[in-house]
Design a protein around this ligand. Structure first.
Ligand SMILES: C[S@@+](CC[C@H](N)C(=O)[O-])C[C@H]1O[C@@H](n2cnc3c(N)ncnc32)[C@H](O)[C@@H]1O
Length: 207
């Protein structure tokens, strides 16, 4: 993952906080796109928080805290592979932010009621995604929310370090868990939110 970490560190050095947002090069389009995207992503997260009522929340690949800053839970933690990006998250979020690779999460098993990712797993290469999914499942006690692009993206034909090499994954197959619900963003965003349930017995106890 060194190449991926270097890419995000550099992107944050050059673009600051916007490094973890969508950047096409057209500033007006990007403001429009990011505002709408954030509206829907926050809505998906809110829906998950309302249905799971988690006491502890982990965001894997939290970026500058676009979503984590709005999450309402007694304990909230964000991890990201980029230290430069975490500097921004630290200022924006009240919870803890930790430098870590999703492949090796520095938490005990079943530490979090809800673990979520948003536009992160698409950056994990095919040969690593199985390990990353297992790691997310390991640290989660009850629910996993995946807000990621639908697997319709075509590979872009350029190295990751030059921006944009994405990996379309089939999250339903990869997580192989019961699905509580699935919400689609509007078509032009081309993403969806899937709430997986890891421990339904735990849900009943908590409710
Ligand atoms: C497109 S940004 C999304 C940030 C945030 N989830 C959001 O929705 O605003 C992707 C983030 O994932 C982080 N990331 C990429 N690969 C990672 C990995 N293997 N482990 C941890 N974080 C990673 C990047 O540093 C970057 O901040």
């Amino acid at each position: 993952m060194k190449e991926i970490r270097d890419y995000w560190e550099k992107r944050a050095r050059v673009h600051g906080k916007s490094a973890s947002t969508y950047m096409s090069g057209n500033k007006i389009y990007d403001v429009f796109f990011n505002t709408l995207m954030t509206f829907f992503h926050r809505r998906h997260l809110r829906a998950a928080l309302q249905s799971c009522k988690p006491l502890s929340v982990l965001e894997v690949g939290c970026g500058y805290g676009r979503l984590l800053s709005t999450a309402n839970a007694s304990l909230k933690v964000g991890v990201d592979i980029s230290l430069n990006i975490l500097h921004f998250a630290k200022n924006k979020c009240k919870g803890a932010v930790i430098l870590a690779d999703t492949q090796y999460l520095p938490f005990r098993s079943k530490s979090f009621d809800l673990t979520y990712t948003c536009v992160v797993l698409q950056h994990v290469p095919y040969d690593k995604i199985g390990a990353v999914v297992n790691e997310i499942k390991r640290v989660t006690n009850r629910h996993i929310l995946v807000i990621e692009p639908l697997p319709v993206f075509k590979h872009k034909d350029r190295p990751y370090a030059q921006g944009g090499y994405l990996f379309p994954h089939d999250y339903r197959k990869l997580f192989n868990l019961p699905i509580s619900w699935n919400l689609r963003s509007p078509k032009f965003l081309r993403d969806e939110a899937i709430l997986f349930s890891i421990n339904t017995y735990g849900n009943k106890m908590r409710d």
